[in-house]
Design a protein around this ligand. Structure first.
Ligand SMILES: Nc1ncnc2c1ncn2[C@@H]1O[C@H](COP(=O)(O)OP(=O)(O)OP(=O)(O)O)[C@@H](O)[C@H]1O
Ligand SMILES: [Mg+2]
Length: 286
């Protein structure tokens, strides 16, 4: 299993959108995918319909990280083919006390390997894992980066400068120097890009030299379908097929080596006919 951490301390830059839609691509190509929701907002969990707030006994990622619960007990099989989720269920009764406790535990160096160890236990069961992260960063950053093979930094070019990237790089180098020397920076993915501007024009908007070395070739164009699908808590691929967002995320998966050339071509041409993302119809949803 190869684990991608989708990371940016800035809020609203496309972390969840990237996790959900990039994560769906290998599943469409027949691979097994684990989505790990480190964000207490639980947006990725909701998108794959793995939230179960009613069942108090349903374990979630916090139980794995802080209560020693076996990861197998917390993973939920989603209704989408090939996609399982380690959910974040926000089922906290006394948030103040609870998060203080989490903070103290996660501050300890010995605790930084807790997610890495948990993921080792399922490494043979999945091809890829994608971690959706919490915008506030904080003490969880070390835990999630220590558990990852790769870091991918989404940047929203429509309303954001490159400042936040330096924070991300600092986190990356800190963890690479300490807990995880094998951590690799895959790059920055520019999102919400106006399709009428090219990369050069985008850079001229002030993204500067930092991005020249880090930006991936594939950009995610602005696509209103991404906004609608995320407001409906749907992966784009099950909401609308053959739109810019779908082909951009397929291209991104190919550029990152998550799918090969044949899979990329097949998905772009044929997935509408050959792949049914959802195991049950929308009508049959719980
Ligand atoms: N390429 C795109 N085109 C149009 N809208 C987009 C695009 N990418 C992301 N968005 C929209 O931007 C908003 C923020 O995206 P998202 O929720 O993925 O950000 P985030 O970084 O996960 O936010 P948070 O920090 O709150 O977790 C969403 O409404 C999403 O639909
Ligand atoms: Mg998010």
């Amino acid at each position: 299993m190869k684990t991608y951490c989708i990371s940016n301390r800035k809020g609203g830059v496309g972390k969840t959108t990237t996790t959900v839609n990039l994560g769906t691509v290998p599943a469409l190509a027949g691979k097994k995918v684990l989505i790990i929701d480190m964000d207490p907002q639980g947006n990725a969990t909701q998108t794959f319909r793995c939230n179960n707030y009613e069942d108090e006994n349903q374990a979630d990622i916090n139980d794995v990280l802080f209560n020693g619960v076996d990861i197998h007990k917390a993973i939920v099989h989603s209704e989408f083919y090939g996609i399982d989720v380690l959910p974040n269920n926000k089922k906290v009764r006394n948030p103040g006390e609870y998060f203080n406790d989490l903070y103290e535990k996660s501050e300890r160096d010995s605790h930084k390997i807790v997610l890495r160890d948990a993921l080792h236990a399922v490494a043979d069961e999945y091809d890829y894992a994608f971690i959706d992260t919490n915008p506030s960063g904080g003490t969880m950053v070390d835990i999630q980066l220590t558990a990852s093979d790769y870091v991918l930094i989404p940047v929203d070019v429509s309303g954001y400068s490159s400042d936040g990237i330096s924070d991300e790089l600092e986190d990356f180098y800190n963890v690479q120097d300490t807990f995880n020397p094998n951590l690799e920076l895959k790059g920055v993915v520019l999102g919400d890009v106006n399709p009428r501007t090219n990369l050069t024009a985008t850079r001229q908007q002030g993204y500067g030299k930092l991005l020249d070395n880090l930006a991936l070739k594939t950009m995610i164009r602005h696509d209103g379908n991404l906004q609608t699908s995320s407001s409906l808590y749907e992966p784009l691929f099950s909401y609308k097929k053959k739109v810019n967002g779908c082909s951009d995320y397929i291209n991104l998966a190919y550029e990152l080596g998550i799918i090969n050339y044949e899979e990329c071509e097949l998905l772009k041409k044929e997935y509408v006919k050959t792949v049914n993302l959802r195991k049950v119809s929308k009508k049959g949803r719980r």
